[in-house]
Every structure is written in C-alpha cells, then in structure tokens.
Ligand binder design. Sequence first.
Ligand code: C2E
Ligand code: CA
Ligand code: CA
Ligand code: CA
Length: 279
Amino acid sequence: AKDQGRNAFQFYTTDMNIAVERRLAIEREIRQALRFGQFVLYYQPFVDFSSGKIVGAEALLRWNHPERGLVSPGEFIPVAEESGLIVPLGRWVLKTACFQARAIQKALQRDFTVSVNISARQLSEPDFLQLLEACLRESGLAPSSLELEVTESTLMEDVSRVIPMLEQLRQKGCGLAIDDFGTGYSSLSYLKRLPINSLKVDRSFVQDLPDDEEDKAITSLVVAMAKSLHYKVIVEGVESPEQHAFLTTCGCHLGQGYFYSRPVPLDQFMRLVQADARM
Ligand code: C2E
Ligand code: CA
Ligand code: CA
Ligand code: CA
C-alpha cells in the first residue's frame, strides 16, 4: 500500500510537470505569435430583429498557427489571462478592431459598430483609458462605434475599482455591454447601478429554445427586464429559424449566432455586409 501511495504521488507530480511545461510552451508561443503576426480577428454579425439588417459585429480572436491551423480562443485565452500576456494581446485586438471597423465604415459609407471583448486584467491596467483613446484617435473611429464587452464575472471581481473605470469609458462615449449575462451572480439591484448600455443574454438560455418552457420563461423575463431598464438586448447563440422567431416575439433588439453567420475573416465579412446592404 505504501509503494502504491508513492507511485500515485509520482504520477501526480509528473502530470503537474507536464501541465506546467505545456503552459510555459504555450506562453512562449503566444509571444512569438504576437511578434510574427499570427493572430487575426474574425467577425460575427449582429442582426437587427426588426429590420433584419446587419448593424454591427463582434470581433473574435483567432490564432493562425503555422502547424496547428486555426486555434480558437478557448485554447489560449486562459493561458494568456494567467500569464498576463492578455494585456499585450488585448492591446493588439483593440487597435486592430478599431482600424478594421473604420475600414468597414468606409467601405459601407455608413455607421457600423464593432464589439471587442475586454478581460478583467486589461481593465485593471492603469493605462487602459489612454490605450483606448490612442486606438480611437489613430484609427479615426468614433467612440460611439465601439462597444466593449465585459463579462458578468469580470464586473463582480473588483467592483470598487471597475465601476469608476467603466463610468469613464461611458463618458468617452463608448458602448459597454455585459457579456454572458445570466451566468454570473449579479443581483438585479446591482445591475441597475452599472454604467452599461447593452446586455448580452448568454447562449445557454437560448440553446433549448423554443421547446424548453423554463428557458422560454427566463429569456422572456430577462428581455423584458433589460428593456424596462433601457438596455439594448443582444441574444447570443441563435442557431435555428424557430429560435429567431421566438426571440423576435420577445422583442429582443439584436441577434447573434450561426443562424445568421459564423464568425468569418474580415474580407468575407465585408462581402457579407455589402450583400446585406444591397438587399
Ligand atoms: P464570447 O464572448 O461569449 O463569444 C461568443 C462565442 O460563441 C464565440 O466563440 C462564437 O464563435 C460562439 N458562437 C457564436 N454564435 C454561436 C452559435 O450560434 N452557436 C454556438 N454553439 N456558438 C456560437 P469563440 O470565438 O470560440 O470565443 C470564445 C470566447 O473567447 C469568447 O466568448 C470570449 O470570451 C473569448 N474571446 C474571444 N476573442 C477574445 C478577445 O479578443 N479578447 C478576450 N479577452 N477574449 C476573447
Ligand atoms: Ca463576447
Ligand atoms: Ca458572450
Ligand atoms: Ca458565452
């Protein structure tokens, strides 16, 4: 039994070492990828329920890995967050998204909003506001054409620090959305005090619509509440015509999901949005 115990421990440490080494390897690779321009932004449209038109898009990070192909953020964002590399990576995302949004506006000759995911770590950087200002100034993008998405858990992490920061962002004229709404723990009374203007209902509420009676009730309620607080409501993960139909009757403002389009590279997105504008 004693031997077994020791063996088990050895396995454990070996596994730990592998995990640590793997993480260090990914960190090293992320640094290189930034240097060699291997990151790209994909865009997924927001569709207005009442007009059926594309009115904006969320910028979603992808890693064009020389050996592994296209890597999704789920595989490297957690490592980037833990190591702090999310700060330089997020800086690249914000800057690129502002320039590309401006390019989309110029091609379309009309207003267009881009949403960018911001992590807790980025928000707590002392120079985040300066970075934001620089990105807007250099790209020529109006603050009202930029929306920042912050998850519910990020908002709850360090409330006393985060709220004044968000207030400043709103004063600049940027949009601010709570992402993955409904998965965190924010109470409704707390929500009211947040300086946000949009709310993104998490995909988990949508996936079993319109068959699941409970999800139907919850979604209708969240949408009604958000609307009465004057938030713009975006629903994520719309995959079927039935879901689209149900959400339209709920009075949601914008939908996002595979039903409209998967996230696509910029050139493909440009064609999509131009075809949509001509219809
Ligand atoms: P998120 O912000 O909740 O983004 C929505 C995710 O849902 C995206 O996954 C998108 O591809 C996926 N999605 C959209 N429509 C559908 C649908 O109809 N069905 C299903 N099953 N999925 C759908 P993605 O691109 O893999 O991104 C995953 C997460 O990684 C994002 O979740 C976000 O938290 C994070 N992320 C992505 N880009 C960035 C970034 O630039 N910075 C930071 N900090 N995080 C990012
Ligand atoms: Ca998001
Ligand atoms: Ca989300
Ligand atoms: Ca989500």
